[in-house]
Design a protein around this ligand. Structure first.
Ligand SMILES: [Zn+2]
Length: 494
């Protein structure tokens, strides 16, 4: 009896040891097979950039082309137009200008081969305002365009005059050299990106559609090169945005037939019912998903990571729950893997001793590609599961479905990837999801391949400067940005 039990135990131990060895073997094989996706290409020797390029960006920043909901400062946009005409003489005389809307700028640089599909480079000329209280916190005034301490300072130096001007500099440079593209290039610089892009980008995209013009690929802002992007990844990370999240605001409304005196309250008031619904939503975040652009990110960065992290990313079949738990812990990483839920407005009640009959709230969702505004609305109804809480799309906010996910096995991705590796050889390139919205969403009607990348080399701390205080770009980075667009245009149109 005793001996047989011992034998049984030995069998279990042997089996466990075998499972552990097999598992270890499988993890090792997966990790070894997890090879780098970085393309091997020699960096290009940096071309000389004239000092005036920095001055021109500075001049552009000095024009406060702010966009507000429903209005823009038209004079500043007119002055910016004049600046572009005067300061880029070859662009002005050799590129075709297409007038689609008043304050946006659209250019066409005809290619020699009419049968090649054109490409489209996007940027926006408007900037966000600076609040009065924040003015004094700037090291140099936000519209000074000060060139100091090795930086160009002011609104638009990151978002997004820098892209427009770096593109113009690159083209002026290529025109000076007598470069002739094989493929036609379009430029579209919107004037209201920060407030919807409806008068600018949307109108321009419809114009292209009416003309029957489709693009091989579109490049806009949205992602960039980040230092210390993730724990376990030493090199800077250049992210190419393949998709962007959708946007939805839902109204939650509770209307009760009767109110009454607060001395004899029922078990729940309108406020209590609403609060319970909001609490349920916060307790039940949308399911996490590691697919699409985020999956691509992990596949590209995994092989470049420190050994322990490499093992984790190479074995998602085993480590996925662990990774999801880890990513859910940070606000930014959480937003990469699920539709986010943010209660932003709540109202209800009129007097401290009167039972409210009405209470309402607005909940803002950023929707992961693969889900829809309809599926999110349905999910919210299911989670709250209370007929007294009416759920409906907010009438006073715009809604946007998540964008399609562009490919990584495409001409556009390969050209951007190659250009990054040539100009920023120290960076690891990877696809990624864009959490915010860009003008590029309007161009889905004219291209299947839309990418979001700005050649900005930033630290985590720099990210606060976007729409924040002390927006600035180093002179060296601006020159690299010009070199990037020059390389990109050359790679895409040769
Ligand atoms: Zn922007």
């Amino acid at each position: 009896m005793k001996r047989s039990r011992f034998r049984y135990l030995r069998k279990i131990l042997a089996f466990t040891a075998m499972v552990i060895i097999l598992l270890g073997l499988l993890i090792t094989i997966q990790t070894i097979r997890f090879s780098s996706r970085q393309i091997r290409i020699d960096p290009v020797a940096p071309v000389a950039i004239a000092a005036e390029a920095t001055d021109r960006l500075s001049e552009a920043i000095q024009l406060s082309t702010v966009s507000y909901p429903g209005r823009i400062d038209t004079l500043a946009f007119r002055q910016l137009d004049t600046l572009i005409r005067n300061r880029f003489p070859l662009v002005d005389s050799l590129l075709e200008r297409i007038s689609v809307t008043d304050f946006s700028q659209v250019f066409r640089w005809p290619g020699r081969q009419a049968d090649m599909q054109p490409i489209l480079l996007l940027a926006h000329l408007d900037v966000v305002p600076v609040e009065d209280e924040a003015m004094s916190k700037w090291t140099y005034p936000p519209y000074s365009g000060e060139i100091a301490d090795g930086y160009i300072w002011g609104r638009g130096s990151l978002d997004d005059k820098i892209s427009a001007f770096a593109i113009l500099e690159a083209i002026e440079h290529l025109l000076q050299e007598g470069y002739q593209p094989n493929r036609t290039i379009y430029l579209a610089f919107g004037h209201d990106e920060e407030v919807s892009g409806k008068a600018g980008a949307q109108t321009i995209a419809r114009y292209f559609q009416e003309q029957g013009i489709r693009f091989e690929f579109v490049l806009d802002e949205g992602q960039l090169i980040l230092e210390n992007a993730l724990a376990g990844l030493q090199p800077p990370l250049a992210m190419i945005g393949l998709a962007e999240k959708g946007y939805l605001t839902l109204d939650l409304q509770v209307d009760l037939p009767e109110g009454g005196h607060s001395s004899m309250p029922p078990p729940e008031t309108a406020i209590g019912i609403l609060a319970r619904g909001i609490d349920l939503l916060q307790q039940s975040p949308s399911p996490a998903r590691l697919d699409g652009a985020t999956r691509g990110l992990f596949e590209y960065i995994g092989p470049e990571m420190d050994p322990m992290y490499k093992v984790i990313f190479a074995n998602l079949w085993l480590t996925k729950p662990l990774l999801i738990k880890q990513l859910s812990g940070g606000n930014a990483s959480n937003a990469m893997i699920r539709t986010t839920t943010a209660p932003t407005i709540i109202q209800g009640g009129v007097k401290a001793n009167v039972l409210p009959t009405q209470a309402g709230a607005k909940i803002n969702f950023r929707i992961l590609p693969g889900e829809t505004t309809a599926s999110v609305t349905e999910y919210v109804r299911e989670v709250i599961d209370d007929e007294r809480v009416q759920v409906s799309p907010s009438a006073d906010d715009s809604h946007q479905e998540p964008s399609p996910v562009s490919g990584t096995d495409t001409f556009g991705f390969r050209v951007i990837e190659k250009s990054i590796r040539q100009i920023f050889p120290e960076a690891v390139v990877a696809p990624a999801l864009v959490i915010a919205a860009t003008d590029s969403r309007h161009y889905q009607i004219v291209s299947d391949q839309i990418y979001r990348f700005q050649p900005l080399y930033l630290t985590q701390a720099d990210l606060k400067r976007l729409h924040g205080i002390d927006e600035r770009i180093s002179v060296g980075n601006y020159e690299q940005a010009i070199r990037f667009y020059r390389q990109l245009i050359s790679n895409a149109t040769r």
